[in-house]
Design a protein around this ligand. Structure first.
Ligand SMILES: [Zn+2]
Length: 440
């Protein structure tokens, strides 16, 4: 029997028109359910004078239903003392799992799920893992502690008949790296989640220090799933050439347990369109932007029971396409750019850390692309960047400084102050690398 190409061929290859009509009917059903049961949504819609009966089409939905963000949820929690921010639509006794969000943009919140929600999360996970190359009887190594997407990753692996090993502690130090190396050697995962920016840097240093050829460390054909921030092409190529492993980028959120992933074509992250409705909106007006234009990601869940979300703005700046991928899937695909919260205005220009990273990758001395934007005042005319560099191969730091300044000026149109620091100093112990430092 030939192996199936897609985990759920019907949903992953449906025509856009058919998928849109599925989404429309699911949204119309969800709106009444959420209005009746979620105190947060009811309050928000009442304030805007919106009732579910006013919404009859997807167009009505996109032009009338308000978006919200995490700040609004936290404000609701502070006001009402409700741990679940007014989102819970079922009695807690019907829920079987709750967790903490990673809290990268503020105080953590508590996602909560029914058994059915966890099944949906596992279906989402199985599709993702299949796209990444996991198959029955193959192995997943998953290391991220106490995070709700464990429902998707482990549940997904079980659903498709693979073996999942949850190592729980990601690579944050040489000690953890050595434990991973042993796991690569003995457990031999086919898919490994999570390769993160600090892990790349710790591993690179370790291989150099011990004169190890990384190609001898990783199991043959292993896919490394990269998360925490978008992959740059420079990083993807250098890891493939030097370490011999393919990187696939994965995005998502633990807030309602949703993930998406690149396929082997590396052309945007496939979204599960029958489980969520994904929009790209203007961050200020909440109006959807034209296809291909940058905006903020907003998500509506179509199947969640305990705490569904309607037009939840995720703080991610993305672009989206709904053209078919060369892998044959017809789902919408997202290209992640950066976090909205990372946007820094210098001399009236909008600058994101990912732009700095791509530029730093051009130089051998700073090829890891590790840079942090230093916010030193409310209003800034000059860009200040802390840059991680390799002192061993840097012959003349003044010359390097001038080269980096010219490159930044030509690409971004702003003058810069560069502060070079060794990689040791700049490394973070978190799986998410702080790209912005506030110094005032
Ligand atoms: Zn694809």
């Amino acid at each position: 029997m030939t192996e199936k190409r897609y985990w759920d061929e019907e949903m992953e290859t449906k025509s856009r028109d058919e998928m849109r009509s599925i989404q429309e009917s699911k949204i119309l059903k969800t709106l009444s359910y959420v209005y009746e049961n979620s105190a947060f949504h009811k309050k928000l819609w009442n304030e805007k004078g919106i009732q579910p009966r006013d919404i009859k089409t997807l167009e009505d939905f996109q032009s009338n239903v308000p978006c919200f963000n995490k700040e609004m949820l936290r404000a609701y929690r502070d006001e009402n003392g409700d741990a679940f921010c007014g989102m819970l639509c079922v009695p807690t006794e019907q829920c079987i799992y709750s967790s903490m969000s990673s809290g990268t943009t503020g105080e953590a919140t508590y996602p909560i799920f029914t058994k059915r929600d966890m099944d949906i999360a596992a279906e989402n996970g199985a599709r993702n893992l299949w796209t990444q190359g996991l198959r029955p009887r193959k192995r997943l190594l998953y290391d991220l502690p106490h995070h709700p997407i464990i429902c998707s990753m482990v549940g997904g692996a079980i659903k498709l008949g693979a073996l999942a090993l949850n190592k729980a502690v990601p690579i944050t130090s040489e000690f953890e790296l050595e434990r991973h190396v042993a796991t690569f050697k003995y457990f031999k995962p086919d898919v490994w989640f999570l390769l993160s920016p600090p892990a790349v840097s710790i591993m690179g240093d370790y291989f150099k220090k011990k004169s190890i050829d990384p190609k001898n460390i990783f199991p043959k054909g292993m896919v490394a799933v990269y998360g925490g921030e978008p992959v740059t092409e420079g990083m993807r190529k250098s890891i493939f050439n030097e370490w011999g492993i393919e990187i696939l980028s994965q995005g998502g959120t633990g807030d309602f347990c949703w993930i998406n992933t690149e396929c082997h074509e590396h052309d945007g992250l496939h979204c599960p369109d029958d489980l969520t409705f994904v929009e790209v909106v203007d961050p200020k007006t909440n109006v959807p932007v034209p296809a291909g234009e940058k905006g903020e990601l907003a998500i509506t869940t179509l199947e969640m029971q305990a705490a569904p979300v309607i037009r939840f703005k995720m703080d991610d700046i993305v672009t989206m396409t709904d053209k078919s991928c060369t892998c044959g899937r017809t789902t919408s695909r997202l290209y992640y750019y950066d976090r909205k919260v990372n946007e820094t205005i210098i001399a009236g220009k909008s600058i994101f850390p990912i732009e700095i990273r791509q530029l730093l990758e051009e130089f051998p001395e700073t090829k890891d692309g590790i840079g942090q934007i230093v916010r030193y005042a409310d209003k800034m005319e000059t860009l200040k960047v802390r840059v991680g560099y390799d002192p061993v191969i840097t012959k003349d730091i003044k010359k390097l400084e001038a080269k980096v300044q010219t490159t930044l000026y030509n690409a971004l149109g702003v003058r810069s102050i560069i502060e070079f620091v060794s990689m040791e100093q700049i490394k973070s112990l978190s799986h998410k690398f702080p790209r912005i430092l506030k110094e005032y």
